[in-house]
Write a protein that binds this ligand. Sequence first.
Ligand code: 6PG
Length: 260
Amino acid sequence: MRSSPSLDPSLRVYETAKEASRAVARAFVDAAHQAVGERGRFVVALSGGGTPRRVYELLRSEHGRASFWPDAHFFWSDERFVPPDDAESNARMARDALLDLVPVPEGNLHTPLTTSVSPEEAARLYEQEIEAFFHPDRPRLDWTFLGLGEDGHVASLFPGSEALLHPGERLVLPVRTEAKPPPVRLTMTLPLLNASREIHFLVFGRGKREILRRALEPGDALPAQRVGSGTSRVVWWADREAAPWLPVLGGSNGPPRSRR
Ligand code: 6PG
């Protein structure tokens, strides 16, 4: 176990998932303003699955008029290989909950192609789009959201998978898995994820308690344990249900907001 959890700013536990989601949204907005102020843009990788939806909804409902939206760019840390209007699409979830409801230019939504090409071609095209976006610099996301699967997967990097263990120089890879439907996916690889300035895990609910405890232990057996390197600041956001052994942060105020 890491140092004293109550002193570890990388572990932020709130009484409820809603309070935690509200605090994540505030931290996201603060980071967005800082990035736009320093670099003129804020580049995000959104996570899929169900957990982040409430954060996206709170970003719309409580921060939809913030000034940074026109300068924000959105990629996806992984995507299911389904049509963009499919109920299983991570891009569709983010559009429905947030992106189609805030003033982000359509050209700032960098969604992977999931129709009319093979998964292999889609991964190569997405990788080329990411490299071109950051050119001439190496790709470096400002803020990456990640969920935590009950087997410890992150994005679509599943335990023991080639995409997890042997990405080589690839930034995006196609994945076929029986671990979580839909079975065909595209995923950012650890080299790309770990180049992020900040990585924010969202882990809520009793069902994630055991895997969260394991993920926070030293080691690299789980994909989640391979996330974060010298250059990335990793923050774990949890509710009491997922992390009952950690102290809960203050009520609805949460950590002090930096001035903007
Ligand atoms: C996906 C996600 C996946 C998700 C975890 C947690 O496309 O399914 O990227 O990695 O984050 O499986 O999912 P929940 O948030 O639904 O528990």
